[in-house]
Design a protein around this ligand. Structure first.
Ligand code: AMP
Ligand code: ZN
Length: 114
């Protein structure tokens, strides 16, 4: 049995505001947005984190990155600039262990993030 929340969003067992989808990826709005645009982009296939995604099937990490950029364009934040973040591991603040790219934009994003 798969108890992964984001796998359940993929299968539509759990609701989400899906804004973009390809054959291998899905993008939906973060439930607790940290910026005017805050979208999570995931591979439909379960991989725990960015390290696992990097070792996944040919091109899957590529697809996630391409979808993250497509989301930024669709959301109208690509021109001003946006941030793509993969929190990887508990020490980096990862709380959901189905890899996801945070796509953040729509406000000034300072660096370092703190
Ligand atoms: P991270 O801390 O990098 O693992 O990010 C997990 C993100 O998932 C957080 O920004 C949460 O707000 C978000 N999140 C948790 N549950 C949901 C949900 N059901 N729908 C959308 N976003 C969620
Ligand atoms: Zn999953």
């Amino acid at each position: 049995m798969n108890d992964c929340l984001f796998c359940k969003i993929v299968t539509k067992e759990f609701p989400a505001e899906i804004i973009y989808e390809t054959g291998r990826t899905l993008a939906f709005r973060d439930i607790k947005p940290q910026a005017p645009t805050h979208v999570l982009v995931i591979p439909k296939e379960h991989h725990a984190d960015a390290a696992a995604l990097a070792e996944a099937d040919e091109g899957l990490a590529d697809d996630v990155l391409k979808s993250a950029h497509a989301v930024a364009v669709q959301e109208g934040v690509a021109g001003d600039g946006y941030r793509i973040v993969f929190n990887t591991g508990p020490g980096a603040g990862q709380t959901v262990f189905h890899v996801h790219a945070h796509v953040l934009g729509g406000r000034a994003l300072t660096w370092p993030p703190g």
